[in-house]
Design a protein around this ligand. Structure first.
Ligand code: MN
Length: 240
């Protein structure tokens, strides 16, 4: 909706087009003379839109082919992962944007263990860079090889935007060992089970990095059904 328009793009992309390789559409929309892009949006994929279906297509491939987004951080060769940033400049601000689209946690864990994941800071570009990374993995410890430990990520990063986890911790949390911050926006719908009534959850913010309380009518409740409860519910339909 906001992608196209006459507004001049304030952000200058210095380098990083190789990060879009791996997507079906490897071109970037702001360089396409047939598209009038006002806001260049870039995205990684998560675990619900990963390219695992027929032909290895992700839904982001469709958006990217339509020129709506620039799909980056996708890895088709899962024997190694080499991430270098997209380098962006706006005025005096320089942003190095790193993306790692979702990889199954166990697989990613094995890649880290065998030192097959390389995250490279920009080497031949002068100036002060703000290093921002986007990931979509388990963050909470859900057992060995079933999450991405923050400590696995390099110290030169300044901020990590962490997708996938439903809880909202959008205020950046400082990792004292790695000396970077992690912001976890959380789910964009209310997903806390009725079993956790006292737990607070916030709506993911739309524009500014601040939490917003859910409106009551946006809540979605999930309920776990035990076997007995399920049988009771099914009983009226059981005719034999
Ligand atoms: Mn997810």
């Amino acid at each position: 909706m906001y992608t196209f328009g006459d507004k001049p793009i304030a952000v200058e992309v210095i380098d990083g087009n190789q990060q879009f390789h791996g997507a079906i559409n490897e071109s970037v929309n702001y360089e396409d003379p047939n598209l009038n892009v006002a806001i260049p949006v870039s995205s990684i994929h998560g675990n619900h839109d990963d390219p695992s279906s027929f032909g290895g297509l992700s839904s982001l491939d469709l958006l990217s082919t339509a020129g709506l987004i620039n799909y980056f951080g996708r890895w088709t060769d899962l024997t190694k992962v080499e991430i270098s940033p997209i380098l962006l400049k706006k005025g005096a601000t320089r942003l190095a944007l790193y993306g790692l689209s979702h990889i199954h946690d166990a697989r990613l864990s094995r890649l880290f263990e065998s030192r097959k994941v390389h995250i490279q800071a920009p080497s031949n570009h002068d100036g002060e860079w703000f290093h921002l990374m986007v990931v979509h993995q388990n963050r909470a410890d859900r057992g060995p090889k079933n999450y991405l430990p923050e400590i696995a990520l390099p110290e030169f990063l300044n901020l990590i935007i962490w997708g996938h986890e439903h809880d909202c911790h959008i205020e950046p949390q400082f990792n004292a060992r790695r000396k970077f911050y992690v912001s976890q926006p959380g789910s964009n719908y209310y997903s806390i089970s009725h079993l956790e009534p006292n737990k607070q959850e916030y709506q993911k913010c739309q524009k500014k990095p601040q939490p917003m309380h859910y409106q009551h009518n946006q809540w979605t409740f999930f309920q776990s059904l035990g076997r007995q409860k399920l049988l009771k519910l099914l009983k009226p339909q059981a005719t034999y």
